[in-house]
Design a protein around this ligand. Sequence first.
Ligand SMILES: NC(=O)c1ccc[n+]([C@@H]2O[C@H](COP(=O)([O-])OP(=O)(O)OC[C@H]3O[C@@H](n4cnc5c(N)ncnc54)[C@H](O)[C@@H]3O)[C@@H](O)[C@H]2O)c1
Ligand SMILES: [Fe+2]
Length: 403
Amino acid sequence: MANEVFCRSFQAAMKAGNYFMGYRTPQLVAAGPGSVKKLPFAIKQQGVNNILLVTDEGLLKLGLPSRLTEALEKTNVRYTLFSDVQPNPTDLNVEAGLELYKQNNCEGIVAFGGGSPMDCAKGIAARLAHPNKTIPQLQGILKVHKRIVPFWAVPTTSGTGSETTVAAVLTEAATHHKASINDPAILPKYAVLDPELTVGLPPFITATTGMDALCHAVEAYTNQTYNTSVENTMAKDAVRLIHDWLYVAYQDGSDLKAREKMQYAAFYAGRAFTRGCVGYVHAVGHTLGGLYGVAHGLAMSVILPHVMRQFGPAVYDRLADLADVCGLPGTDKQKKAENFIAWIEDMKIKMGLPAGFDCIRKEDYEQIWKWADAEANPLYPVPVIWQKEDFYHLLDTLREAHY
Ligand SMILES: NC(=O)c1ccc[n+]([C@@H]2O[C@H](COP(=O)([O-])OP(=O)(O)OC[C@H]3O[C@@H](n4cnc5c(N)ncnc54)[C@H](O)[C@@H]3O)[C@@H](O)[C@H]2O)c1
Ligand SMILES: [Fe+2]
């Protein structure tokens, strides 16, 4: 059971500690259409000539990494391709990539893909820094705490913001437990935002990954405790960009302006939650990813409005701010908050996303609660601290939800 006094005391100490964490925003070594081709020069500039390129099979089949590998060849940067990364990547994926890195004497890592390859690559970097620890031993807060190898992140989805976060979310294959490494040491130093890489994202993945970014911004903004004005501004900017551009990108994937706006939305939202933290949407969503293989963005899309509604009056002020940012109407804070949640649900319907999940099994409630509670409490400064029955209530809502 989460103890309210303990959680809030922990968070007060963490708030003070956060001022010494050295959160930073990655340097954008290149940005704009076609900019990935400039990355090899930036790699060479750092004196690195041999990299591990971490991506996934789906991207390889689409031929997307070839835009980078051709440029690497022209610039004489050697690379070893590692694409054995599954969605909801596991510790075993990390170990396989680590072996390749060592066998080929690589000097740095380029993570090329969505959150799955980026997080797997961060896991490889964390393991290189700690050769004698396993991924489960590195999960939690501040367990890496050592300089990692040179690392460049190239996102091809606009959702996780992993290119700008302290997190790497990895599943332990043996137990299906999905959990995060959280450490500023794995926050990428360099990133490339090339919107052309996201043009081929199918509408469903555009929708779910975009909702993941929304979730980061909304959870970071409603959490409050750890935020400074930097995180609050970034969260609001991200919400405004998603309000204005996600549906445009969903309808016309080739709209480069919409793709570019969504890349920045994911980037800002990632930066916002890297200090502000996420909340129960993520804590519960991760368990559904680990237990049932539900894609992260889909889990976020489904759970977000239900959690915000269950928080009730505790989030009216904050959600009213976000409604204002989006230009949504409302005569008072409660009305605005309700309109903000209604906008999220309206977007879900327009993009063909489900209201709930029928995969959740009652016999798993206890495990889901234990994992979600352990992830969120006391670290995430959520607006209302939930007990077991609150988690069970959410799970009931998710099972019964329909439009
Ligand atoms: N590190 C963090 O801060 C953080 C934050 C949120 C989520 N996550 C984690 O990230 C993972 C999810 O990442 P994701 O949502 O980006 O999805 P993903 O990386 O799993 O990719 C989903 C699918 O989209 C395909 N894809 C990726 N880019 C594409 C493109 N440009 N065109 C066509 N297809 C493309 C992939 O091949 C894959 O099949 C989860 O494990 C989640 O827990 C991490
Ligand atoms: Fe997320």
